[in-house]
Design a protein. Structure first.
Length: 380
């Protein structure tokens, strides 16, 4: 028997579970997608997130949902579906590709459509005044979606502008326990009545499904990933994406399916211990992420790089930090473009830092610690 799970309002659309199934990692076969969606249902998940960019994910989802309805009596009406479009192309191209998405998903309409990767100012301009505006008007007028939102890997100021533009009803943001820089934006969106999805708090949030011994010891009696999930849910983040590849990936989603209450004293104590351990390991070299060092004359994303240093040294998540650092300059507008090697030691950042950090030296140390041959991105 399936025990119902808590649902939260997601903008103007259907309510969604506290966890969302991300489908980027389940595209190997119909059998894989079918089993992942079936297990998501058992874990209380009703929200599926996908995109045409995820290979054949949409068609696999469409076929899996039909199979689940036929073989398991799990109605297709149980699901809330979010798909995406990239912020480019003319009106004709956008219409054609969206119709392909509906066909692949075996749907006449979809619950939510996100502008996928609203990362640059020109992307938002495309939405507000270009063919994106025309497309959004058409898709809403034809009632082919309940609502339109966006996902973004962009700057704080760009995301704020997108939240304030009154076009979008939900947003997907990088909201992580180990990177809280966008939490205030999420709170702003929630206050406006928007739905907020946290992008990959397990993987891009620090690869917390594979925690260091430092994190494991500091977070006892909890698992670090469980605490990271609870931190976000207690903040009121609507739903957390879970890019499952195996049945065991649903362990905490099932355990926390109704866990939106405020943090308990035991959870707070564990989180404090994690921070105490990290502070002790970083000592006086911790970057507080205040961003006072910006702008850098050489356009180095100093806070992002020193955040990776914090994570690798303070929390022991070295492999995650290496992966992210070595994607700099190799992922287009989806990630930062310049690493520490671009520092010319002009020292303009040093007097701006409230913590009086020797930033040029820390950047050099971080480069030596993290640089290696980059790995291929999952998609794109």
């Amino acid at each position: 028997m399936i025990i119902d799970s808590q649902k939260r309002s997601f903008g103007k659309g259907e309510k969604v579970s506290l966890f969302t199934l991300g489908t980027m990692r389940a595209t190997e076969s119909l059998e894989k997608m079918y089993n992942i969606i079936k297990n998501a249902y058992s874990a209380g998940i009703n929200h599926i997130e996908t995109a045409p960019s995820y290979g054949n994910a949409e068609s696999l989802i469409g076929n899996s949902l039909k199979k689940l309805a036929r073989e398991e009596n799990i109605s297709e009406k149980n699901w809330v579906i979010t798909t995406k479009v990239l912020p480019k192309g003319d009106f004709k191209f956008l219409k054609s590709n969206f119709k392909k998405s509906l066909k692949n998903l075996n749907l006449k309409r979809v619950n939510n459509l996100a502008i996928h990767g609203l990362n640059l100012k020109k992307h938002l301009d495309w939405v507000l005044a270009g063919d994106g505006k025309k497309f959004i008007s058409w898709i809403l007028e034809k009632e082919l979606v309940d609502q339109v939102g966006f996902s973004s890997h962009g700057s704080y100021s760009l995301i704020k502008e997108a939240i304030d533009c009154e076009v979008f009803s939900f947003c997907s943001l990088h909201l992580h326990y180990l990177d809280q820089s966008k939490i205030t934006l999420a709170e702003k969106a929630i206050k406006k009545g928007m739905g907020v999805l946290a992008i990959s708090p397990a993987d891009k949030g620090g690869r917390l499904f594979s925690p260091s011994n430092i994190l494991i010891e500091a977070s006892k009696p909890f698992h670090p990933l469980e605490l990271a999930y609870r931190f976000l849910l207690a903040k009121g983040i609507t739903t957390l994406s879970l890019g499952a590849t195996h049945n065991k990936d649903f362990e905490f989603a099932e355990k926390l399916r109704n866990s939106s209450e405020k943090l308990t004293i035991h959870e707070k104590n564990a989180l404090k211990k994690i921070e105490d351990v990290a502070n002790e390991r970083l000592n006086s070299t911790k970057c507080e992420q205040c961003r006072c060092c910006l702008p850098c004359p050489n356009e180095i994303p100093i806070p992002e790089i020193l955040r990776l240093r914090n994570i690798s040294i303070g929390y022991g998540q070295l492999e995650f930090s290496k992966e992210r650092y070595n994607l700099i300059g190799k992922a287009g507008h989806w990630w930062e473009e310049k690493n520490s090697s671009f520092c010319q030691e002009c020292n303009e950042c040093v007097p701006k830092c409230p913590s009086k950090l020797d930033i040029p030296n820390l950047l050099k140390q971080t480069h030596s610690l993290l640089i290696e041959t980059p790995t291929k991105r999952l998609w794109g």
